[in-house]
Write a protein that binds this ligand. Structure first.
Ligand code: FE2
Length: 334
């Protein structure tokens, strides 16, 4: 009798979060996680974040197994986020997954973190071929999957980046502004909360073809501190950067005749951005969707979900070939 691979345990540790999720045939059984929180005014220090992930690994693993109601012996496939991300943090999920796969003599797959954000959103929304608006701390890209490449008809990349940030990610824009403006906690969520109470004033708007840039916007927003209220600056910063992305997304939607759009990644949890993208979709006759917040934050379930989906498409990897890759772009995924 041939063993059927049905249950996958996925480990995520590309940046501030150690997440472990378990998925059975597309059904998410658990999604436990623990986030490294840096002291006020400090960004992520790689060594400290990696130490955090190693320290909480066993408790997050036990929590995940308990939530799912399975034991490690029930896991058919182990998976981990192989990149992109912070090198020292990536080592934790890689080492953990290799140890578990070796101990229980089970197969292992390395998953691209960006691919996992895309795939879990597409799958949970029931979409087939969406335009992906991928927005997180480090990444801001418009992506489409090349279905012809999947069928072996083209040698072009499987995922095409149609447009992307030329400098910083959208999430970093908000986090850096919050730190510079001494907003506590210095996080995009707090910028969004203040933005709800603000009024708009013009800030630099930079769209270059299908790409966008945020450095000039950040500089102007920081210079406005003390001259405008923090509420007004946060509001204008968010409206301007979201509008840049909506403009490029609308162009991509028209050029590629897409009928579905999903936003994924940490910043996808922003309600105002979702409203703006929904408006763009209505104007173009496309369907808009966003997965639940827990699947847009960094999490282990998306790694397990994507690994299982790739395994069922025939993907196989050798443990010794799997090494973390901090710079693994989505358009390098096969
Ligand atoms: Fe992420």
């Amino acid at each position: 009798m041939v063993a059927v691979t049905e249950i996958c345990l996925g480990i995520e540790s590309t940046a501030h979060t150690l997440g472990i999720g378990i998925v059975e045939n597309g059904k998410i059984l658990s999604n436990a996680r623990d986030m490294y929180r840096s002291p006020a005014g400090e960004g992520i220090i790689p060594r400290k974040a990696a130490d955090h992930h190693a320290d909480v690994f066993d408790s997050v693993l036990q929590q995940s197994l308990q939530q799912a109601g399975v034991s490690l012996r029930d896991i058919d496939l182990f998976a981990f986020s192989r990149g992109p991300g912070i090198g020292q943090c990536l080592r934790v999920s890689c080492t953990g997954a290799k140890f578990l796969a070796g101990k229980y003599d089970k197969p292992i797959l390395g998953v691209n973190h960006c691919h996992a954000h895309l795939e879990v959103s597409r799958g949970l929304l029931g979409f087939t071929d969406p335009l992906y608006v991928y927005v997180s701390g480090a990444n801001t890209q418009l992506i489409t999957e090349n279905k012809k490449s999947e069928k072996g008809q083209l040698s072009t990349p499987r995922f095409l980046v149609l447009g992307e940030t030329l400098d910083m990610g959208l999430g970093n824009l908000f986090d850096v502004f919050a730190r510079e403006a001494k907003i506590h906690p210095a996080h995009g969520g707090e910028v969004a909360r203040l933005a709800e109470k603000g009024k708009y004033f013009p800030l630099p708007y930079t769209v270059k073809g299908m790409n966008f840039a945020f450095a000039g916007l950040l500089t102007s927003a920081v210079r406005a501190v003390g001259k405008h209220s923090n509420e007004d600056i946060c509001h204008s910063l968010m409206e301007t950067s979201f509008a840049e992305l909506c403009e490029a997304a609308e162009r991509a939607l028209c050029l590629f005749s897409k009928k579905e759009v999903t936003v994924c990644g940490g910043v996808a949890q922003n309600k105002r951005f979702c409203e703006m993208l929904d408006e763009v979709c209505k104007g173009q006759g496309a369907k808009f969707g966003v997965a639940a917040p827990e699947f847009n934050a960094d999490n282990g379930a998306m790694i397990a979900y994507t690994a299982l989906s790739e395994w069922k498409k025939g993907k196989r990897e050798k443990m010794d070939d799997l090494k973390p890759d901090g710079y693994w772009r989505i358009d390098q995924v096969n």
